[in-house]
Write a protein that binds this ligand. Structure first.
Ligand code: NAD
Length: 420
């Protein structure tokens, strides 16, 4: 058997390289520049080392005809939201159409992209059937197996996470499970249906989003009470069943996106998902909230806000990764700029050109001095080792240190300290 993987990003590439230890793999991506990098042992997402490419039975290609060689196809392309926070299935349907055109009798197609429950059966299968002129269940089989990897996480890697697998019938479930069993050490969970597997994935991330939203709401309340949220959480966390969540910016293309997919489907079915939407509202408002709190503190120091200068440390969507897509740090920056504040942004991981393209913003190479506020927006390793002496050396008189994630709690004494 030969396997094809369509979409070689955060999800597809590690999967392709893992399968390529056991079987011949066709790694297909429409972006030729990414294919060229992978041919040279480079991961465009900066997650894998050149070592991980060595000795693997894989053909990287951007020619859809090569997909014909494979009989088991996995699709792992992005499933973003549009400007109105609605599911944008364009990329998924385009990839489905490409794979559909190459399908043969006896082939398997497994979708790994996160979607709302029902999407595979309502949107993807009909498109596959249309493109190949064959019938799902009789001529070819389909399954859905969501991905649970977490960018930047070196502990919970692909093979060490239980894989939820589903199929369009019992035979498909069995064959798809056996295929993944080749690579997944942690084991396979056979879900009862494709819709169940789709729903399981989407609620994992929605649950996190809602829990973080609750923490963010608490942080807004405790700020008014003048108590530190992290101290409250530490105290409450001594109870055995208190859940371990923290306030913060919720960005990226999973947690901040997937709940919108579920809410969209719920609405289509006539139900307005209030908790899910409230969670999204709270989390999406945090960037502007953080900037406003900082601006208030700068004004309270009797400084002219339009002459003040702020340093933002980190712009990626989370720590120790280079991915800037859907980063919520930009909300903090935009809010500062709307007050006339001058903002310098640095990030050791983010790519300058990508930042310019995505946000129209120029990253600084070096920090300068005289900042009225320093905002630790992303907890990159490089920032964790800094100390108050350093922050003071680049701060203006009466500067504020904004520690979004509470990393430097109890470690900042001279600068005015504020965290969520
Ligand atoms: N990134 C994660 O950690 C993660 C975790 C779990 C689930 N997911 C889900 O997995 C899916 C893929 O996400 P990702 O982060 O790997 O995306 P990504 O943006 O890192 O990579 C997607 C790749 O697909 C390619 N592509 C786009 N259209 C294509 C097409 N028509 N044909 C072939 N290739 C195409 C792109 O060039 C890119 O290389 C999404 O649904 C996402 O929600 C992601």
């Amino acid at each position: 058997m030969k396997i094809s993987i369509t979409g070689l990003g955060y999800v597809g590439l590690p999967l392709a390289l893992e399968f390529a230890k056991h079987l011949p793999v066709i790694g297909f991506d429409i972006r030729e520049e990414r294919i060229e990098m992978m041919k040279n042992g480079k991961d465009p997402s900066h997650e894998l080392t050149p070592e991980e490419f060595k000795g693997k039975n894989i053909k990287f290609t951007s020619d859809p005809d090569d997909l014909k060689e494979a009989s088991f196809h996995i699709i792992a392309v992005p499933t973003p939201i549009d400007d109105h926070n609605l599911p944008d299935l364009k990329i998924l349907l385009e990839a489905t159409s490409i794979v559909g055109k190459q399908l043969k009798r006896g082939d398997y197609v497994v979708f790994e992209s996160t979607v709302y429950p029902g999407c595979t059966e309502e949107e993807c299968i009909p498109l596959l059937e249309k493109e190949c002129g064959l019938s799902c269940g009789n001529d070819f089989k389909v399954g859905f197996s969501p991905e649970r990897i977490n960018p930047g996480d070196r502990e919970h890697t692909l093979t060490k996470i239980v894989k939820v697998v589903s199929g369009c019938d019992d035979e498909a479930l069995e064959i798809i499970s056996k295929t993944y069993e080749m690579i997944i050490e942690a084991g396979i969970y056979r879900a009862g249906s494709i819709k169940i597997a789709e729903a399981a994935k989407i609620i994992e991330n929605t649950q996190r989003d809602i829990n973080i939203a609750f923490m963010n709401e608490l942080s807004i309340i405790f700020n008014r009470m003048n108590i530190n949220t992290y101290e409250v959480l530490e105290a409450a966390g001594t109870k055995w069943n208190f859940l371990n969540f923290f306030p913060g910016l919720v960005g990226g293309h999973c947690i901040g996106v997937d709940p919108y997919y579920l809410a969209y489907k719920a609405k289509e079915l006539g139900y307005h998902a209030q908790i899910i939407n409230s969670g999204r509202f709270v989390n999406d408002s945090m960037g502007a909230y953080i900037a406003k709190q900082t601006v208030k503190k700068i004004i309270a120091q009797k400084k002219n806000i339009s002459e003040s200068k702020v340093l933002i440390l980190g712009i990626t969507f989370k720590e120790n990764v280079s991915d800037i897509r859907n980063s919520k740090v930009i909300d903090v920056i935009k809010e500062f700029i709307s007050f006339g504040v001058k903002v310098d942004v640095i990030d050791p991981y983010a790519n300058k050109t990508e930042v310019r393209k995505e946000f129209g913003l120029d990253l600084k190479d070096k920090v300068s001095k005289g900042y009225d506020a320093i905002v630790l927006a992303v907890n990159h390793e490089e920032y964790r080792t800094l100390d108050e002496e350093y922050f003071s050396s680049i701060a203006a008189d009466k500067a504020i240190f904004v520690d979004i994630k509470g990393t430097f709690r109890n470690k900042i004494n001279k600068l005015e300290y504020w965290s969520l």
